[in-house]
Design a protein around this ligand. Structure first.
Ligand SMILES: [Zn+2]
Length: 150
């Protein structure tokens, strides 16, 4: 039985995902804020007025507080929201099919449908094997590089 309101359902679902992503971003921003505040308190004890920091220094301050994981998560959320705006969210970047809702719920940042993801991972594994092989050959071909062996 074909779903007559499939497009409407999809729109509802995407609106739901947007809310989830925005909530994630708000929560992350909140955490970052807390960390920044507590760090500023520490600095105040050392007699530093961090509010006078130039924006570049503030950016550095931010990156010193945020882990790479947090930074990449923020970026992923921003990316996903951008794709929601563009209307490309939830569409496989490889084959152009709609990504299943269950998959998007489990992995809100994914750009590939399950099939393409598996395909991609297979290729990546093969690529890595190829690079490992090349690396081994290179090492065998350069015996003068014996620093690591001592
Ligand atoms: Zn696909």
């Amino acid at each position: 039985m074909p779903k007559k309101n499939g497009v409407v359902e999809r729109k509802k679902f995407l609106a739901l995902m947007r809310k989830r992503l925005e909530a994630m971003r708000a929560q992350l921003a909140n955490e970052v804020d807390q960390e920044l505040k507590s760090k500023r308190e520490e600095n105040k004890d050392e007699g530093m007025d961090t509010y006078d920091l130039a924006s570049e220094e503030r950016a550095q301050e931010l990156s010193s507080i945020l882990s790479d994981r947090e930074v990449s998560k923020i970026r992923e959320i921003e990316d996903a929201l951008e794709r929601l705006d563009e209307g490309t969210y939830g569409i496989c970047a490889s084959c152009g099919m709609e990504i299943a809702e269950a998959r998007l719920e489990a992995m809100p940042f994914t750009r590939l449908c399950r099939d393409c993801q598996q395909d991609y991972e297979r290729k990546e594994r093969a690529q890595r094997r190829l690079e490992d092989d090349r690396f081994t050959y290179r090492r065998l071909e350069t015996p003068e590089n014996d620093e690591e062996n001592t």
